[in-house]
Design a protein around this ligand. Structure first.
Ligand SMILES: Nc1ncnc2c1ncn2[C@@H]1O[C@H](COP(=O)(O)OP(=O)(O)OP(=O)(O)O)[C@@H](O)[C@H]1O
Ligand SMILES: [Mg+2]
Length: 301
């Protein structure tokens, strides 16, 4: 256990790392049937804040809860694919082909991962061409949504790992998503660029996708031993209040280790603090979606 782990997994009712009393999250309800999936874009144009790590590990934790999960690697770097043990440059078909070629079925490109119930639409460097090629297309913002549409009945959750940019690919993710999950690294300048991100989300929601909302902001790489980590987290909570997840992800070398091993931390080191944090996040996220669905049964999730 790392120092401060007691703070990360605060008992319900006690004050958690975000400075608020931690609620008890309900046990996720077992699903009697699957689909249609809620699409969630994991998005922050700042690089290296934990988007890919969150996509893999939240996805795996949701799958442990019996959810059928599709992960979409929407970054030409292919880090999500690598993190799941796939060599992107060896792939014949990726999400790029689905975006650009008619007649190819999404099911032909979907990979099963080692996690039961979790699949992947992989990507590689080819995707970097899509941004330029799509610019001249009619309905260029809705191409990803069209690709995902036929897959939605089979899954409960689609998590899109966005690239660190607010370009057309990311706009495609926002244009088809019901929610955005924003990882923020607990370092100075964490908030830099967040205003621009929120502005983009606002524009997409008013011009392209009225049901888009913010599912939550997730503090990552938190180290309770450092003052600046605590200060940054306090500032994030001050700025965004209840939008900030109670669950906070610690900084631990087990995450890069799991990436090298090509698997989620929930299977690489199931009893680690990192694994239990993402399991806790899955419970918190499922509770938020349940409440959103109750408030708006059509678009909630
Ligand atoms: N909680 C954590 N503790 C320690 N290291 C972490 C943690 N989360 C992620 N990392 C590491 O930090 C690096 C960046 O994380 P990740 O790739 O998830 O960020 P990203 O936002 O997807 O980056 P990019 O913007 O380049 O796509 C990786 O090496 C990852 O293993
Ligand atoms: Mg990434």
């Amino acid at each position: 256990m790392v120092a401060g782990a007691h703070l990360i997994h605060a008992e319900p009712g006690s004050i958690g790392p975000t400075g608020r009393p931690v609620p008890a999250f309900a046990d996720p309800e077992p699903l009697l049937q699957h689909g249609p999936a809620r699409i969630v874009a994991v998005c922050n144009q700042k690089g290296g804040v934990g988007k890919t790590t969150t996509t893999i590990n939240l996805g795996a934790a949701l799958a442990e809860n019996g959810r059928r999960v599709l992960l979409v690697d929407f970054d030409p770097q292919g880090a999500l694919s690598v993190g799941l043990g796939i060599q992107p440059h060896e792939l014949e078909y990726t999400i790029y082909n689905l975006l650009m070629e008619r007649g190819l079925r999404a099911s032909d490109v979907v990979f099963k991962t080692t996690v039961h119930g979790m699949d992947l639409l992989p990507s590689n460097i080819d995707l970097s061409g899509a941004e330029v090629q799509l610019v001249h297309e009619v309905g260029r913002e809705f191409v990803l949504g069209g690709v995902l549409e036929p897959l939605l009945p089979e899954y409960d959750v689609v998590l899109i790992d966005c690239q660190p940019s607010l370009g057309l690919l990311t706009v495609n993710a926002l244009a088809c998503a019901a929610g955005v999950l924003v990882p923020l690294e607990c370092e100075y300048f964490a908030m830099r660029g967040v205003a621009l991100l929120l502005e983009t989300i606002d524009k997409v929601s008013s011009r392209l996708n009225p049901r888009l909302g913010i599912d939550g902001l997730l503090a990552t790489m938190y180290d309770s031993r450092t003052l600046h980590s605590r200060e940054v987290l306090a500032e994030v909570v001050k700025g965004f209040g209840d939008k900030v997840f109670h669950t906070v992800i610690n900084r631990t070398v087990r995450f890069p280790d799991a990436t090298v091993a090509g698997e989620p931390i929930t299977s690489f080191d199931p009893s680690s603090t990192g694994a239990s944090s993402y399991r806790e996040l899955a419970r918190e996220v499922l509770e938020r979606w349940r409440l959103a669905e109750r408030a708006d049964p059509v678009h909630g999730g």
